[in-house]
Design a protein around this ligand. Structure first.
Ligand SMILES: NC(=O)c1ccc[n+]([C@@H]2O[C@H](COP(=O)([O-])OP(=O)(O)OC[C@H]3O[C@@H](n4cnc5c(N)ncnc54)[C@H](O)[C@@H]3O)[C@@H](O)[C@H]2O)c1
Length: 255
């Protein structure tokens, strides 16, 4: 059976950890020739996505060694958690620089390479925070909304060059970025009640969707922001569990 990304050349940012690492492995398993890059890490290109020059050099390296670039995944990301009254301007600027500006620099450099060879696919990792407002993460939320807007704009501008651009909006995915949340059992108990699928996502859940968006299986899909969140965003009950919801409805929605 032919593999979904056989001989496709892919570049994945943030590939040293979590979702980016899983995507790089999944793509390689589907036959892609994958280059991973990150701001640090072994066995990959060192590239800080905040620097347009470093991003250009990373893309140039892939084109020089592989002859082309077919797929870009932008997974490099950081986030702040804290009080909006106290958020330092440096932190605001860094979160915007990595998550939004960095994604733009990578898309721009990749698009310049892809248009030379007839097109490609770009997958940007946004967040459910790109679709709704997350508490205590104003910079992250603003940046991830920006990534969704950027994705839609680029889908229009790059479509004529045969380049599809899509975003994934993960919910709560267990990775080094979120591991600290799982220190308390109460957190997982809470997830079971607010996420319809009853669990946190895995990096593999996101990698499967990235594979779909990077491959010809999604040949007519561009400009979407696809949630991978176990249904969490689709369901916002007033009450945290079925029994409480039933009692609430019984009390308040008679006829
Ligand atoms: N884990 C989640 O629940 C979740 C949910 C929604 C969205 N996301 C997004 O998914 C992406 C990956 O997150 P993750 O959970 O795998 O986190 P992670 O921390 O495990 O991995 C992020 C990677 O990005 C790299 N990185 C950070 N700044 C960089 C820079 N300036 N240049 C290059 N690389 C840089 C880090 O070194 C790290 O290897 C991020 O964009 C994140 O915002 C994650």
């Amino acid at each position: 059976m032919s593999r979904l990304l056989q001989d496709r050349v892919a570049l994945v940012t943030g590939a040293a950890s979590g979702i980016g690492r899983q995507i790089a492995e999944r793509f390689a398993g589907e036959g892609a020739r994958v280059t991973g890059c990150d701001r640090a890490g072994e066995a990959m290109i060192i590239c800080d996505v905040r620097s347009p020059a470093e991003v250009d050099a990373a893309v140039a390296h892939v084109v020089a060694t592989e002859g082309r670039l077919d797929v870009l995944v932008c997974s490099a990301g950081v986030r702040e958690i804290g009080d909006v009254y106290e958020l330092a301007s440096e932190e605001w600027e860094n979160v915007i620089a990595v998550n939004l500006s960095g994604t733009f620099y990578c898309c721009q450099a990749a698009a310049r390479a892809m248009r030379e060879t007839g097109g490609g696919a770009i997958v940007n990792i946004s967040s459910v925070g790109g679709l709704i407002g997350l508490a205590r993460r104003p910079a992250y939320t603003a940046a991830k909304h920006g990534v969704v807007g950027l994705t839609k704009s680029l889908a229009r501008d790059l479509g004529p060059a045969g380049i599809r651009v899509n975003a994934i909006c993960p919910g709560l995915i267990r990775t080094p970025l979120t591991e600290q949340y799982f220190a308390e059992d109460a957190f997982e108990d809470g997830l079971r009640t607010v996420v319809p699928q009853g669990r946190a996502g895995t990096a593999a859940d996101v990698a499967d969707v990235a594979l779909f968006l990077a491959s010809e299986q999604s040949a007519y899909v561009s400009g979407v922001a696809l949630t991978v969140d176990g249904g969490w965003l689709a369901e916002k009950s007033f009450a945290a569990n079925d029994a409480a919801a039933e009692s609430f409805l019984g009390d308040h929605l008679v006829s």
